[in-house]
Design a protein around this ligand. Structure first.
Ligand SMILES: Cc1cc2nc3c(=O)[nH]c(=O)nc-3n(C[C@H](O)[C@H](O)[C@H](O)COP(=O)(O)OP(=O)(O)OC[C@H]3O[C@@H](n4cnc5c(N)ncnc54)[C@H](O)[C@@H]3O)c2cc1C
Length: 300
């Protein structure tokens, strides 16, 4: 512990040292993260980033860890979680949601207010911050359809508001300015019958349950190729069930790699790379990763 940790501890930031990456990602792999910091409010976050910058400690924000894999070598710096920024406020058909709100929680709260448009979020194990950064979507809808604006903490430590248009959101992409942190977002929903919203949510949950694996995963491994799901190309390779260490190409959905037991991030990528090579050889298509690999900043 040093001066910067004392300063943020006194501002109510939770500080943990030496946290296993497997705790922080839905796939459950990765080495030790040097620092995990959880500010309780925006002021605490602003102080944390200022202190880290002046102490020269590299940092980045993570959400639910459902679209990232942490390197087995760990993260030599600080990961910041905004799980305490978790307010949701409704005003007519508008909703403001903090970055740390879990998507299924937001979907549920909106449904209870008879507001439709976020049903697709109910089975996605990420946060609002992660959803904005990845333009999360399913069943033909994505967060950009409802998003009005996003409040960000810029790399310079200033609070900015960007409209959806300025974020130029496309399939699983959003142009978040380099180093910015999503604090909250404003969404416009549609009034609808509460029973019908809950019914649609249940239907989507049932479709997920029937078509996706139940083991730990990081969601889809590869992006769509144009309008074609990556799974269509992967299916043809016959690699379902292919395994390295504890990582296995799911037999239920072949664009998922599941952690059967104690998989490392290296196991995950060994399976994924074998799939990429086979698809390239067979179909001439180069699959692009949807999942993001987070390596130690000092190893780059
Ligand atoms: C079982 C399963 C099913 C899934 N189904 C879907 C699906 O149907 N549709 C879909 O789109 N995705 C799906 N995913 C993938 C994933 O849940 C989404 O991409 C989700 O939006 C990621 O959110 P997260 O909070 O987990 O972000 P993380 O994985 O923690 O982070 C993703 C990126 O966002 C950045 N980030 C996160 N929060 C912030 C913030 N506040 N400010 C700045 N940067 C931030 C991180 O640094 C990282 O670059 C699925 C994943 C799993 C495991």
């Amino acid at each position: 512990m040093g001066e910067w940790t004392d300063n943020i501890l006194s501002a109510g930031v939770t500080v943990r040292h030496g946290v296993s990456g497997s705790e922080l990602t839905t796939f459950g792999s990765g080495g030790t993260v040097e620092w995990l910091l959880a500010p309780s409010d925006v002021a605490g976050l602003m102080l944390t980033t200022r202190e880290l910058r002046s102490a020269g400690v590299p940092y980045r924000v993570i959400g639910g860890g459902s679209d990232i894999l942490l390197s087995d070598e760990g993260y030599d710096g600080a990961l910041i979680t905004l799980s305490s920024l978790s307010s949701v406020a409704f005003a007519g058909d508008l909703v403001t949601a903090d970055a740390g709100v879990k998507m299924p929680v937001l979907a549920h709260k909106a449904a209870d207010k008879s507001l439709a448009g976020l049903e697709f979020m109910s089975g996605i194990p990420g946060t609002v911050g992660g959803a904005v950064c990845t333009n999360a979507g399913a069943f033909g809808r994505s967060i950009s359809d409802a998003l009005v604006a996003v409040v960000l903490l810029s790399e310079r430590g200033e609070i900015d508001t960007l409209t959806t248009r300025e974020l130029a959101m496309s399939y699983h992409r959003a142009a978040i300015p380099q180093g910015s942190i999503v604090l909250s977002c404003l969404l416009r929903l549609k009034g609808a019958d509460r029973g019908a919203i809950h019914r649609r949510t249940r239907e989507m949950a049932a479709r997920r349950k029937a078509t996706q694996p139940h083991e730990r995963s990081a969601g889809s491994v590869f992006r769509r190729v144009g309008d074609t799901p990556a799974a269509l190309y992967i299916e043809r390779t016959g690699l379902k069930g292919y395994r390295v260490g504890g990582a296995e190409l799911s037999r239920v959905h072949c664009n998922f790699i599941v952690n059967t037991r104690g998989a490392t991030t290296a196991d995950y990528y060994a399976v994924a790379e074998r799939v990429r090579e086979s698809v390239k050889k067979q179909s001439g298509v180069t699959l692009e990763y949807e999942v993001e690999r987070i390596c130690s900043p000092r190893s780059n």
